[in-house]
Write a protein that binds this ligand. Structure first.
Ligand code: DAT
Ligand code: MG
Length: 147
């Protein structure tokens, strides 16, 4: 079953949006298989955002993601990678539609509340980086036959 890496960023944690965000993915029909509240090291932040190393905002990005606890999660379900990206909304909240997480709760591109893997390749890379095959639980939910 497809898995993706989702993370409530420090702004989302500070604003008390963990429950709201978890709830949206649960209600959609996806299954939570791993989660942890954690501080992000400089090293992990730089690896996570390696694709943006040359961008002018790289320093700000790393400073922001290490500035407070994040809530890192593994979610599972059919097409969860692409669907979670739709539910998050566009990167810049000004472009994110109402009804999406960024569209409903964000106003600035830096503090846009949530991260989600953008492809199967990044999901695989990010899950290995953040969960390293540890801290996830394989379990059956009987409700899945109705989803
Ligand atoms: P996404 O988080 O939607 O996958 P991304 O991978 O292009 O977007 O960028 C990673 C994060 O970097 C993004 O969530 C917010 C920040 N960011 C992107 N573009 C930016 C910009 N032009 N100025 C400042 N921060 C930016
Ligand atoms: Mg991205």
């Amino acid at each position: 079953m497809e898995k993706t890496f989702l993370m409530v960023k420090p702004d989302g944690v500070q604003r008390g949006l963990i429950g709201e965000i978890v709830s949206r993915f649960e209600k959609k029909g996806f299954q939570l298989v791993g989660a942890k509240l954690m501080m992000v090291s400089q090293e992990l932040a730089e690896k996570h955002y390696a694709e943006h190393k040359e961008k002018p905002f790289f320093g700000e990005l790393v400073d922001f993601i290490t500035s407070g606890p994040v809530f890192a999660m593994v979610w599972q379900g059919p097409n969860v990678i692409a669907t979670a990206r739709q539910m998050m909304g566009k990167t810049n909240p000004v472009d994110a539609l109402p009804g999406t997480i960024r569209g409903d709760f964000g106003v600035s591109v830096g503090m846009n509340i949530i991260h989600g893997s953008d492809s199967p390749e990044s999901a695989e890379r990010e899950l290995a980086l953040w969960f390293n095959d540890k801290g996830t639980v394989d379990y059956e939910k009987t409700i899945n036959q109705w989803i």
